[in-house]
Design a protein around this ligand. Sequence first.
Ligand SMILES: Cc1cc2nc3c(=O)[nH]c(=O)nc-3n(C[C@H](O)[C@H](O)[C@H](O)COP(=O)(O)OP(=O)(O)OC[C@H]3O[C@@H](n4cnc5c(N)ncnc54)[C@H](O)[C@@H]3O)c2cc1C
Length: 311
Amino acid sequence: MLLRTIFIGLSHNKPAQNLTVHFPPARKLARRFIAGETLDDAVRVVRELNKKGIKGLMNEVGEAITTREAATKAAAAFKTTLKRIADEGLDSSISMKPSHVGLTFGTDFFYDTVADVAETARALGNTIELDMEGSADVDATLEVFHRLLDDYGELRPKMAIQGYLHRTPADVEKIIARGGSIRLIKGAYQEPPEIAIQDHDAINQAMIRVMEMMLAPEAREKGAFLALGSHDPLLIEWLINETEKRGIPKDGFEIQMLQGIRRDEQVRLAQAGYTVRIYVPYGAEWYPYFMRRLAERPSNVLFMARAMFGG
Ligand SMILES: Cc1cc2nc3c(=O)[nH]c(=O)nc-3n(C[C@H](O)[C@H](O)[C@H](O)COP(=O)(O)OP(=O)(O)OC[C@H]3O[C@@H](n4cnc5c(N)ncnc54)[C@H](O)[C@@H]3O)c2cc1C
């Protein structure tokens, strides 16, 4: 817990960023989680995943941008990625972070930026997903997602929903009522107990409750679709057993994981016929994403520490 707090704190720290991005062992470890700094790098990674029967979910890293121009530029880059996916014949969609594409400038600006990308996705027969960030941004992000369902519902856009938030069952109920699609994840940010469940087992129980909501016959009849974004064997096994029990086919849900984590399991699940989609981040602004990955796993931090102190 302490390590998590430290690394989430470091994810916003400029001096630590400068140190880390120029530190070769850190760059080397980061390459496990990040495809590389260019779109070409991401295309290469997704092509290899596709060969193994695994789908991609490409994300040009970036967040907390401070100008409208930067948000518009980020949206243009996502459109380029969608075009590249089509040109290369890749099996991949894209995911965007709200604070990368304009959330900071109000929901109207944010919506317009996202809708612009959705328009390209529609023209190319693809779709989009939205990441979820800190709890202060959840209302605005969900508002924009519901607007997307109004205008681009046929694309089946997916919204990342954090199982650790106390509010999540109520938010999911509203998405189910619209027949929407979610990527259910535990949540990667540091949130206080009033806002988020802190205990690992209690978070898993909350995740299972949301999966039950999504898999209920009434939800599925409305068109609600569940992607579980997790590497947790317990949750993945629960989902596989539960869908089998309910007679839900293997393509009736999705399992998503992050690039570089449990790679053998990604292949094993795809070979067993499940739909597996891997989030492939790329781009120069990889530092905060990398810090969140370190925060999740003490052994990643130990690896870094050993490299730094020669142990
Ligand atoms: C596709 C996808 C998209 C995501 N999008 C978002 C988002 O939009 N917003 C958000 O807040 N969070 C997002 N996350 C992150 C998520 O919230 C969790 O922080 C992260 O997935 C770790 O939780 P876990 O479910 O894998 O379970 P955990 O209990 O953390 O991990 C289970 C097991 O997975 C492996 N593992 C997990 N993390 C790591 C790691 N960093 N390094 C090495 N091994 C690891 C370990 O074997 C661990 O025992 C996303 C995750 C995925 C998979």
